[in-house]
Design a protein around this ligand. Structure first.
Ligand SMILES: Cc1cc2nc3c(=O)[nH]c(=O)nc-3n(C[C@H](O)[C@H](O)[C@H](O)COP(=O)(O)OP(=O)(O)OC[C@H]3O[C@@H](n4cnc5c(N)ncnc54)[C@H](O)[C@@H]3O)c2cc1C
Length: 324
């Protein structure tokens, strides 16, 4: 069978990969999305009862209205919305197929190797997000089965002692939800306060629960070891031990920088590992290879989100079209 040469292959079927596909479809480009999991796989893996910080219209793609009853949607509504987007545009997407390598050949075409086959394309967009790889603490005991890097729902933590590590949105949401379902919650926070990026309507809630002692918090503290029923903390008052039935190590997530490097993308020196790209076109140092969505921020995972990276789709497809 003759192999198709695509104008564009998009790696990642998240909201931004889908936005790129819609723009490509509208411009008559021959495109394909390859997604390693389900449609919008990161959102599928979010906590069951999370609420987006964005209002619904800021999560819209393809000009399709996102209506929900409250101003800010939850995970279920977002999944429903993006499923409907797929139905509406009938996007060309392969699900549950991981792209393992992207190589640019001497003839200028890209060859993508996936878990199921090989594809050829003139252009490639990497829209792989950041939610697949936790930022590990690298402490002994981190891989014990009661230590979790993703939080789904509170029920299994009810009436248990849990230690939540971190002071960002994920940790704060999990700590509050578990506390309200009957867990005995202790937070371990490296800095001296709850992060300023915590949703403005949630921050007073967690601060007040800590102030009244309903949720215990150790500031300026770090975990140094986890055992089957305790965590060892290094605090400003020295080392202490806390009992823990479960540890929620919600210490953040990071993009697959190795995959970017292997694909030829230059990664700037420094702790942020920012990938090199032209902000006007989203093209990387490899001609024809583009970045879209949150992956663009490197380790600065708060820099890009759905709201402000939807525009990448138009920048990329306009640039591809301009070369025709
Ligand atoms: C709990 C939480 C709440 C958030 N709330 C908001 C909000 O309110 N508003 C907002 O704008 N943003 C929010 N964000 C951020 C936002 O969800 C992400 O910015 C969004 O998912 C980014 O979309 P994306 O398409 O760039 O990446 P993702 O949605 O992460 O999509 C990347 C996709 O690529 C796939 N993939 C990865 N590697 C491969 C591979 N090798 N081969 C094939 N597929 C691959 C993944 O499975 C994934 O489906 C939130 C994030 C989290 C974690």
């Amino acid at each position: 069978m003759e192999q198709i040469t695509y104008d564009l292959i998009i790696i990642g079927g998240g909201p931004i990969g889908m936005a790129c596909a819609i723009e490509a479809q509208n411009k008559g480009l021959k495109y394909l999305i390859i997604e390693k999991g389900s449609l919008v796989n990161s959102l599928f893996n979010y906590p069951l009862y999370m609420t987006f910080f964005s209002t619904a219209e800021r999560l819209e793609i393809g000009g399709v209205p996102f209506s929900c009853i409250a101003p800010k949607p939850g995970r279920q509504e977002a999944l429903e919305y993006y499923r409907n987007i797929h139905k509406h545009f009938n996007l060309n997407i392969k699900l549950f197929e991981r792209v393992e390598a992207v190589n640019k050949k001497d003839n200028g075409l890209f060859v993508l190797t996936s878990s199921k086959g090989e594809y050829v394309s003139k252009n490639v967009v990497i829209a792989t997000g950041f939610y697949d790889i936790p930022v590990y603490m690298d402490v002994p005991g981190e891989n014990l089965p009661h230590v979790r890097h993703y939080y789904k729902e509170a029920h299994e933590y009810a009436f248990r002692k849990i230690v939540v590590i971190g002071a960002n949105n994920s940790s704060v949401d999990a700590a509050l939800e578990c506390y309200r379902k009957g867990a005995d919650v202790t937070m371990v926070i490296r800095k001296g306060e709850i992060n300023n990026r915590v949703k403005y309507w949630v921050k007073p809630d967690i601060e007040n629960r800590i102030a009244e002692g309903s949720i215990k918090a150790y500031f300026y503290s770090e975990i140094t070891q986890i055992t089957e029923n305790e965590v060892v903390l290094n605090t400003s008052d020295g080392e202490i031990l806390i009992e823990a039935d479960f540890v929620l190590a919600l210490t953040g997530y990071r993009p697959d920088i190795e995959f970017l490097k292997k694909s030829g993308v230059h990664i700037n020196d420094g702790i942020n590992c920012t990938p090199a790209y032209n902000p006007e076109t989203m093209e990387t140092n490899v001609p024809g290879l583009y970045l879209a969505g949150v992956v663009c921020g490197g380790m600065e995972t708060h820099k890009w989100f759905i709201e402000n990276s939807r525009v990448h789709a138009k920048l990329i497809t306009d640039h591809i079209i301009s070369a025709f």
